[in-house]
Design a protein around this ligand. Sequence first.
Ligand SMILES: NC(=O)c1ccc[n+]([C@@H]2O[C@H](COP(=O)([O-])OP(=O)(O)OC[C@H]3O[C@@H](n4cnc5c(N)ncnc54)[C@H](O)[C@@H]3O)[C@@H](O)[C@H]2O)c1
Length: 210
Amino acid sequence: MKDVTSDLANTLLARIRDRSALVGIIGLGYVGLPLALTFVENGFPLLGFDVDPEKVEKLNRGEGYIRHLDGARIAAARAAGQFEATSDFSRLAEADAILICVPTPLTPQREPDMTYVDGAAHQIRAALRPGQLIILESTTYPGTTDERLRPILEAPAPSGPLPLRASVASEATPPTSLSLRGRAAAEAIPLRGLAMTVPLSSALPHSAAS
Ligand SMILES: NC(=O)c1ccc[n+]([C@@H]2O[C@H](COP(=O)([O-])OP(=O)(O)OC[C@H]3O[C@@H](n4cnc5c(N)ncnc54)[C@H](O)[C@@H]3O)[C@@H](O)[C@H]2O)c1
């Protein structure tokens, strides 16, 4: 039987190797924006998503809003045509890899408020397509990807049967690194000194899940 998982993973790996993979980042704040620029500066096209329209407009004008971040990096990314910001979350379908960088502020009970992560997961679910890699970068408790993200990403579409099976990066690996599970081999991609192991996460046609 044809191994759809491998095909999707290998296609993604090839796109990462040749830097044609479109990286999507949800949440363009203190973590998401520098990360976005690092991807651009390493040759990847980047589509950033934020709910704040003022931030989106500023970024698309090539301007920054984080004091310690050199605004020239944003201008250069825009001038190179490699960076765009948007509040149109239907465009998540365009991204080959999606990194969630939304806030997880502590509640009065000293637990992470997962409202923003849940919101981002639902936005991804609405646009999910086979072969996308989903990565949670937000600070949270162990088990979040499996227990919290997976059920949202695997939820059946309201209009019909479950069309997808999603896989998510394990939080057993450190942020900004991913493990490639399944039969496809892992590949280390150096990214500004970080070993970024790029991997799996594919949304598969349900019939191919077994
Ligand atoms: N700031 C740090 O130094 C740091 C370090 C390590 C980890 N973290 C973790 O990284 C995560 C992000 O932190 P941060 O400091 O970048 O937060 P931030 O508040 O600076 O930025 C978050 C961004 O996400 C946007 N946002 C909120 N909800 C959204 C949604 N549903 N869709 C799209 N965009 C949305 C906000 O408008 C904002 O621009 C948190 O979990 C935090 O704990 C932060």
